[in-house]
Ligand binder design. Structure first.
Ligand code: HEM
Length: 410
């Protein structure tokens, strides 16, 4: 049995959640957390059911959890025609011809950021590279000034903390709301200027887009831009670092990817399955629901445990093994609505940035791998992950021998 005193809020769980996944799925698949008055679901089939039964499980919780810092209703809260139309605008902004231009932006940012580290033979892939990279690329794509990335990253830190904190002290709450207000004050004049003089960037497209004859208000666009910034930045830098960590820890798979870069999408998909950066997705039960014989009452908050679901043996063979060749993942569908892993969610609210995320991580990994020969963990480096809601490495210090290409670039 799961120890009745076991808590998802405990330090032991925070240190290594994956150690508890099997026990939760087998012995407490509907885990009630009294301090949060919430239910945590860990089985793949239950998580998929919650994410795809939109009438029974709504995104109502986001009104409290996200709206105050997003400065307006976010995409995930919307339903019906409004959701479909705004989602289409976002998807269009990150796929097709737009994506081709964005790949150039991704490559340019990556090359510029890595260059100073090449002669040093050492790089912290999270703090030196991944974090600035993910913010700068998203700013570029939105049409914001990438030189503002430090300031925007600091504001996003507060916004993200508000949404993903399980428990928030009044002081931290105030800090997070301040960050959100400052981010809004930064965005509103830019949005209004783009409304008057639209360009080719995503913010301009949001200003001129129409659905049912109605254009979006400045408040709608502000919320959508904050939504995209928060949703795009954090999971991308975490996935990149986790991809490198898993490949370095599995040298034979790293060697295969080096000789055959067409394996990169499979390596990215397996990284997302094995260690999804978004670990929890909340929903509210509209009516009483029963999972594995346990009743979840109407109105209850339900957390989908994506990490546990992605390691359910009912969905994946040998789920605790990182294997880029696993036949049950299906790389081609891993970045679509038909994905078997749940790292991008499922159903109506499934991540509209999945194709962009794949292109972003594939492009940057394909650029970095040939530059970093013999890439390995730096001597004495202690690996540590943090986060219950979103989770990833605190840092990832890598040593490498600059390759011939790197010496020419450096
Ligand atoms: C590896 C990278 C990424 C991961 C793992 C990821 C994961 C997720 C997940 C799990 C959700 C579903 C939340 C829910 O059901 O409530 C989601 C939604 C969302 N994601 Fe992503 N995401 C990633 C990258 C991106 C990028 C690059 C963008 C920007 C284009 C983006 C934009 C969004 C938006 C706007 C939503 C809300 C969609 C809606 O409610 O209709 N994401 N993402």
């Amino acid at each position: 049995m799961v120890d009745p005193r076991f808590s998802i809020l405990s330090e032991d769980f925070a240190a290594a959640p994956h150690r508890y996944f099997a026990r939760l799925r087998e012995q407490s698949p509907v885990h009630y957390e009294p301090e949060l008055d919430s239910y945590f679901l860990s089985r793949h089939r239950d998580v998929r059911r919650v994410l795809t039964d939109h009438d029974a499980f709504t995104t109502e919780t986001l009104q409290v959890r996200a709206e105050p810092v997003m400065r307006g209703p976010v995409l995930a809260q919307m339903t019906g025609a409004e959701h479909t139309a705004k989602r289409k605008i976002v998807v269009r902004g990150f796929t097709g011809p737009a994506l081709q231009d964005q790949i150039r932006v991704i490559r340019a940012n990556a090359a510029e950021l890595v260059a100073p580290f090449l002669p040093l033979g050492r790089l912290d892939l999270v703090n030196d590279f991944g974090k600035p990279f993910a913010v700068r690329v998203t700013l570029d794509v939105l049409g914001l000034d990438r030189d503002d990335w430090r300031q925007v990253a600091a504001w996003l830190g507060g916004v993200g903390e508000f949404i993903t904190s399980i428990v928030l002290t009044p002081d931290r709450r105030r800090h997070c709301l301040d960050c959100a207000e400052q981010l809004e004050a930064y965005l509103v004049p830019i949005i209004e200027q783009r409304r008057r003089h639209p360009g080719a960037d995503l913010i301009s497209r949001l200003c001129t887009a129409e659905f049912d004859g109605i254009t979006m208000s400045t408040r709608d666009i502000t919320a959508l831009v904050v939504n995209i910034l928060v949703a795009a930045v954090e999971p991308a830098d975490k996935t990149l670092a986790l991809l490198f960590k898993h490949l370095i820890d599995h040298p034979e798979q790293l060697a295969r990817v080096r000789t055959d870069p067409t394996l990169l999408p499979a390596a990215i998909a397996e990284t997302l399955r094995y260690t999804p950066p978004v670990q929890l997705v909340p929903r509210q039960a509209e009516q009483e629901a029963v999972f594995a014989g346990t009743v979840v009452p109407a109105g209850a908050t339900v957390f989908c445990m994506i990490g546990a679901a992605n390691r359910d043996p009912d969905a994946f063979t040998a789920p605790d093994t990182f294997d880029i060749h696993r036949p049950d993942l299906g790389t081609a569908r891993s970045f679509t609505a038909a994905a078997q892993h749940l790292a991008f969610g499922a159903g109506l609210h499934q991540c509209p940035g999945a194709a962009f995320a794949r292109a972003e991580i594939e492009t940057v990994a394909a650029l970095l791998l040939p530059l970093l020969d013999d890439v390995r963990h730096s001597p004495g480096f202690g690996y540590r992950e943090t986060g219950l809601y979103t989770r990833g490495p605190v840092s990832l210090s890598l040593d490498f021998s600059p390759s011939g290409t790197a010496r020419r670039l450096g």
